[in-house]
Design a binder for this molecule. Structure first.
Ligand code: AP5
Ligand code: ZN
Length: 217
């Protein structure tokens, strides 16, 4: 399956992507994770991205689209993928469409995670990420690791993102409303959008998502 995941910051895209990608046997491609790993490795791409990610603004399209395409090439788009955090504006959505047309494949669905803003703020405030693998996501109260500060999966140290402060979350939410929400209408016009509530336990949301995608076991 070829799926795009959308939703505000803190909706649980990364958390759900981990389980959905595993259940559906497709690679999880997160532009946020790719930026964070380039930044921590100090690559040229990471240096370009950092001023944007750390202030909550979008990284310019030319950088983001090229990086996403490279990663899609590596994954082999025809074999399926779960995109998390890309596309994030109309320019990126159009670039993805052009890329998929070129490969003669189409998207199967766009899963839209809906969550109230006060919940987003609580989720982000307690989020902790694994230094070894940013796809390992925890929450200090909702989804705590077995040992405080240590990743259950790989033993990596857990840390808090530099863009998870209240003022930067506000910027990210504004960017989401003004730049990312319009892609939901763009995909609705293609009849691809399924919207689900992202409230409830992680397992409940995964079940809801699998059902909405027509992939329930
Ligand atoms: P990115 O990393 O994509 O950040 P985001 O969209 O703001 O999303 P988050 O990672 O904050 O949230 P999430 O929905 O993945 O939630 P999570 O699963 O972690 O992007 C970061 C930055 O990179 C951007 O600001 C931008 O600068 C740049 N960037 C990335 N892509 C770009 C693009 N395409 N173009 C331009 N720039 C780009 O969950 C949140 C917390 O809630 C966790 O602690 C989790 O444990 C907890 N949680 C999850 N589900 C539940 C549940 N059901 N119940 C209780 N708690 C839960
Ligand atoms: Zn880990």
């Amino acid at each position: 399956m070829r799926i795009v995941l959308v939703g505000p910051p803190g909706a649980g895209k990364g958390t759900q992507a981990q389980y959905l990608a595993k259940n559906l046997s497709i690679p999880h491609i997160s532009t946020g994770d790719l930026f964070r790993s380039n930044i921590s490795q100090g690559t040229a791409l990471g240096r370009k991205a950092q001023e944007y990610t750390s202030s909550g603004r979008l990284v310019p399209d030319e950088v983001t689209i090229a990086m996403a395409k490279d990663r899609l090439e590596e994954a082999d788009a025809a074999e399926g993928f779960l995109l998390d955090g890309f596309p994030r504006n109309l320019g990126q959505a159009e670039a993805l469409d052009a890329y998929l047309r070129d490969k003669e494949v189409t998207l199967d669905g766009v899963l839209d995670l809906e969550v109230p803003e006060d919940e987003v703020v609580k989720r982000i405030a307690g989020r902790r990420l694994c230094r070894k693998d940013g796809a390992h996501v925890y929450h200090v109260s909702y989804n705590p690791p077995k040992t405080e500060g240590v990743c259950d999966v790989c033993g990596g140290e857990l840390y808090q993102r530099d863009d998870d402060t209240e003022d930067k979350v506000r910027v990210r939410l504004e960017v989401y409303h003004s730049e990312t929400e319009p892609i939901i209408d763009y995909y609705k016009a293609q009849d691809l959008v399924v919207t689900i509530s992202a409230l409830g336990t992680v397992d409940e949301v995964t079940r809801r998502a699998m059902e909405a995608l027509g992939a329930a076991e």
